[in-house]
Write a protein that binds this ligand. Structure first.
Ligand SMILES: [Zn+2]
Length: 251
């Protein structure tokens, strides 16, 4: 008998809670590292801070991949497919990728000549404000890297597992229009996917769909799909903008 899978099943909710829990711990730990940055010695201390954050990203990223593999295994059991499969755990992102994200997050900390017209509003703020902003951006960068390691683990498993046919995107109720739009599309066959696109702060999950399973959109994703069809689909080139307006007005 075909089992049912949805973007809002019990497994998907547990997986989202697990990943959010990791994000909370990651951010808590990151905040204790902030004092490593000394405004008077940015040159020496920002790279030290980057090293420390990178270690956290690797640690939490591995936990994210492990949680994702457990989720995948449980979904596979629930789908009652045959044959064994070992989920390959994704490695942490390369050092350079973490480094460049964190350098981007902290770029406004560096002193600028206030007379220089290229100096932005953000760079004119007092150091405390710039530190807060850098921290917020860095947390978003790290959250994405860690969550991506889990999402990437599910995607790679779907790609390699002969019993997996594709995956769906699970977007939270409060997700942005971009994510809701993609979630409303439902299951994507693995051969049709160009990869899962996420953004900083995105909590979307990847839900595997196995042979013999029937995928069904959750009630909220069905509603996003309805809004999309009614208000956005007929307007090529401005569908995302129209959809965003539709969910603001009718969602
Ligand atoms: Zn998202």
């Amino acid at each position: 008998m075909a089992t049912l899978v949805s973007d809002d099943g019990a497994g998907a909710s547990r997986q989202r809670r697990a990943q959010r829990g990791l994000t909370r711990l990651l951010i808590r730990d990151m905040r204790t590292l902030r004092r490593l940055i000394r405004p008077q010695r940015l040159e020496a201390t920002v790279p030290e801070w980057i090293e420390a954050v990178r270690a956290l990203v690797a640690q939490y990223g591995n936990a994210s991949a492990t949680a994702a593999a457990d989720f995948y295994d449980a979904e596979r059991v629930a789908a009652a497919v045959t044959g064994r499969f070992t989920v390959p755990l994704l490695d942490p992102p390369p050092d350079e990728k973490v480094g460049s994200g964190l350098r981007w997050a902290t770029k406004d900390l560096w002193p600028r000549d206030s007379e220089d017209p290229a100096t932005t509003e953000a760079q004119r703020q007092p150091m405390e404000v710039r530190l807060d902003q850098a921290e917020k951006k860095a947390e978003a960068v790290a959250q994405k890297l860690v969550t991506d390691q889990g999402r990437g683990t599910v995607q790679e498993a779907v790609r390699q597992d002969r019993m997996a046919v594709g995956y769906a995107r699970a977007a939270a109720l409060g997700a942005c229009a971009f994510c809701r739009l993609l979630a409303a599309r439902g299951m994507v066959y693995k051969q049709d996917t160009a990869g899962f696109r996420a953004h900083d702060g995105c909590n979307c999950g990847v839900i595997p769909v196995f042979r013999g399973q029937r995928f069904e959109l959750s009630a909220h994703a069905r509603e996003w799909d309805r809004l999309y069809r009614e208000y956005a689909a007929p307007y090529p080139g401005e569908q995302l903008r129209r959809f965003r307006r539709a969910i603001a007005e009718h969602g």
